[in-house]
Design a protein around this ligand. Sequence first.
Ligand SMILES: Nc1ncnc2c1ncn2[C@@H]1O[C@H](COP(=O)(O)OP(=O)(O)O)[C@@H](O)[C@H]1O
Ligand SMILES: [Mg+2]
Length: 385
Amino acid sequence: MNPIILSARGLEYSYPGGIVALSGLDLEVARGRKLALLGANGCGKTTLLLHLNGTLKPSRGQVLLDGAVAGYGRQALNVWRNKVGLVLQEPDDQLFSATVEQDVSFGPLNQGLPEAVVRARVAESLETLRIAALAERPTHSLSFGQKKRVAIAGVLAMRPAVLILDEPTAGLDPQGVAHLLSALEHLCLAGTTLVFSTHDVDLAYGWADDVAILGQGLVVCQGEALATLADAERLRAAHLRTPTLLALAVALGFGGGPENPQPPPRTPAALIARIQSSRNESVKRPILQFHPKTGPTGTRHREEPEMTGNQQPEHDHDHDHVHEHQHEHAHEHEHPGSGSHTHAHTHTHVHPHAHEDTNPHPKEGDHGAHDHDHTGEHGPHDHAH
Ligand SMILES: Nc1ncnc2c1ncn2[C@@H]1O[C@H](COP(=O)(O)OP(=O)(O)O)[C@@H](O)[C@H]1O
Ligand SMILES: [Mg+2]
């Protein structure tokens, strides 16, 4: 386990009117990892994130930075916000300068950095988010996706050790999501710790290293993404569902476990590769406990023509019907509209995302490269809560 860079202990917080948002929440953020805070609407994700950079102060409990209790004095908050950057869900809540360049400069200027350094930081941040061409544009004229990237660039320019993003993919189109994730992956590989909130179980499964499931103001469980997201019962209790890829992998027999210790695939491309390679196996393998030709309890051995990776299988009616009890977890997964079987059609026409080939588990990065100057007035946003 990587060292804990940021943690919360017993956080309690209520909004005016007695609305309880956090009720004794514990969380640990491991350095250099990507942590998804996964929870349904209204479970307290945003409130938690606002605590993690000191924007909100808990009525009880503590936030710890590198193991030391964080303070709420002016100086302590400056140190905190230079180390932990928060990107709000709505870019309009974060952007306030006239142009993109001015907005992204704001943080590093506040950190008291020399102008040349600020310019270099801004150029680097815009480059990372692939928005260098927007530098001169008025922020109000940008699209939602562009604004979102500018908001991230502005926080990035302060070189936080921990970058926190509230629902970063919400409102982006598929290409926008792919671009964003690839930029964030890049940052993580360079050593930045990432924490992001989402209700998207598929995003958490495909991209996070660790997952904390939130329910009603508490972290109900936290751990490695796969182990956490394999707990269907817990997900259901938090008004979430099993990630589609994981459910498919389990139904197809790629769910891991003693007989097949390879962990389940985390991307569509990886799942397809597993399906194809299992079809290419020359040995006969027992399949399927339900088949129209043998009945519901029969087991047969399939003999198929050898296939190359490029061949599209015939789409006949000889589907592989994977019975639910083929895997102990299979029955727990909800497949809207899929009935009681998972049909293993082998259509392989997919458009891989830009991040599909990236390693979902990058190694620990070098944090020493981040310099932190603690002379800023305040973070990129001050909430009037
Ligand atoms: N500014 C606010 N005033 C009053 N209640 C709020 C405010 N913001 C959030 N809440 C309440 O706090 C709880 C947690 O909200 P929030 O942290 O926004 O959840 P999430 O981000 O997971 O959707 C909800 O019950 C929500 O209605
Ligand atoms: Mg929220």
